[in-house]
Design a binder for this molecule. Structure first.
Ligand code: BT5
Length: 249
């Protein structure tokens, strides 16, 4: 199991940014950077991540995965699995994984995951940034119709400390499987909680929009899509800007 070492800050621009900075100064595996308030939290492609003091949980976990091969695409998947399990344990609410990096409750986003990597000499480092809407009652107008919080879904306040500890326990268990090459257990778990498999999807990649049906996930966490043309295509995390359920498209 990972030995977690928590470093808490009152305010940071971004926990991922801080984690990437301290990796250079020998941060141990299992270092967790937590901020009560983030002033510049970000998602993928520089998109903004909203977090509020006292309502959101924002943290970044530093890991040094031994393999730097395509199995790394399983990191966001195992993280999503862990978050889904932690939310269920803490609140009883069922959450689903929206590949590649979102966790949804009732089709609304409750967590976002941003993984950033860095090569330091021979060592490969991964910063797993996690944002969870915990006790939020409302959201900025531009995300109000697509965001939710655990409290809004289960009807009660949730302790951010308990949630953090549960998330770390769940990540630890799954990272152990990852390290020992039990990739299949990660993929199987993700398939059980997938918000996309079996659904029509619209995938935005570079400037292209691709329509099809998500049919499966492969052994390294790539989404397998049957395109409307009939062709089967695999998508890996890095190349995708956005995936949306596309009921009527
Ligand atoms: C993500 O990006 O969902 C990854 C978010 C990761 C945030 C954590 S917080 C700790 C660590 N430090 C950081 O600086 N980041 C990480 P992406 O898939 O690009 O989604 C971003 C989009 O989600 C935005 O463009 C909004 O539409 C939406 N969004 C922003 N804030 C949200 C929120 N609080 N709840 C739900 N949706 C949100």
């Amino acid at each position: 199991m990972i030995e977690w070492q928590l470093i808490k800050f009152e305010t940071l621009a971004s926990t991922n940014k801080k984690a990437l900075e301290i990796i250079d100064s020998t941060a141990a595996e299992g270092t967790v950077i937590i901020a009560e308030c983030q002033t510049g939290g970000h998602g993928r492609f520089g998109r903004k991540w909203y977090s509020l003091r006292g309502e959101s949980l924002s943290f970044s976990v530093i890991l040094y995965p031994p393999c730097i091969d395509k199995q790394l695409f399983l990191l966001p998947v195992l993280t999503g699995n862990a978050l889904t399990a932690a939310i269920k344990k803490i609140s009883g609410v069922n959450a689903l994984l929206k590949w590649p990096n979102d966790v949804l409750i009732n089709n609304k986003k409750v967590c976002g995951v941003l993984i950033e990597t860095k090569q330091i000499n021979e060592r490969f480092a991964a910063v797993i940034g996690i944002g969870i809407n915990v006790n939020n009652n409302q959201f900025p107008e531009n995300i109000a119709d697509k965001a939710t919080s655990i409290k809004l879904e289960c009807g009660k306040e949730v302790s951010t400390d308990d949630l953090l500890n549960t998330c770390l326990e769940e990540i630890s268990q799954r990272y152990k499987n990852f390290i020992s090459g039990k990739y299949d257990s990660i993929v199987q778990e993700a398939k059980q909680h997938s918000a996309l498999i079996g659904k029509k999807v619209k995938i935005v990649s570079a400037d292209k929009e691709i329509f099809g049906k998500a049919v499966d996930m492969d052994e390294v966490g790539a989404l397998i899509v049957k395109l409307n043309s009939g062709t089967i295509q695999k998508f890996t995390t890095g190349e995708i800007n956005m995936v949306r359920e596309a009921a009527n498209e």
